[in-house]
Design a protein around this ligand. Sequence first.
Ligand code: ATP
Length: 234
Amino acid sequence: MLKLEGIHAHYGHIHALRGVSLQVPDGQIVSLLGSNGAGKSTTLKIISCLMRPKAGSFEIDGESMLSKSSSDLVARGIIHCPEGRRLFGEFTVEENLRIGAYKRKGGSEVEADIEKVCGYFPRLKERMRQRADTLSGGEQQMVAIGRSLMGRPKLLLLDEPSLGIAPKLVTEIFEILSQINAAGTSILLVEQNAYMAMKVSHYSYVLENGAVGLEGDSREMRDNDHVRKLYLGG
Ligand code: ATP
């Protein structure tokens, strides 16, 4: 279980997070929503230990992470799948996937995990030898998620997987996120696409100006007229 409590974070004089509290229980998909500049990426930076909060606590399974490093988090199975296309463009799909398993010695487990990733994303199987920078945006996103899965995450931190991707592929990717979750990986899903994120997640938080403005069971929030009007376009 990941838990943030009363997190404040600053960039110089900009007060980006103002007392953010949230939880990702084991086995769940939790979405973190909000418009541009609301503080979603900053929250992810705190969780990835790329930035230290000014105040508040950050715990995993009851242990404080405030003095830990990004590699401590990876060692605990928390893997950050970054926004967009940060793949090694000149490398093939397969090489990119193997990079995700760099902590492991290789051998049959890595091969089995590549097969598993291809099970989730069959279209990658046909493109194993293709250079990553020649893939469509949606396919690159699939490789990015696949590469994170190669690290066998307990908790996957996903930054805007729908960004700049055709709606049909977004639906496909979100369905696969449900399958990945059903196989035992918890997911913190950072999204601007509130409708899709609420559809796939168990619980949602909406950030507004660096604070949680609204939170609740995703299905209840989606069915709530007030939320629909404010966040889901009516
Ligand atoms: P987006 O969806 O546009 O990525 P976000 O919800 O992820 O937005 P953050 O990137 O966390 O929002 O930004 C929160 C606030 O902190 C914003 O006001 C932003 O301008 C500010 N901010 C973010 N990064 C920096 C930085 N490196 N230096 C100064 N201010 C920053």
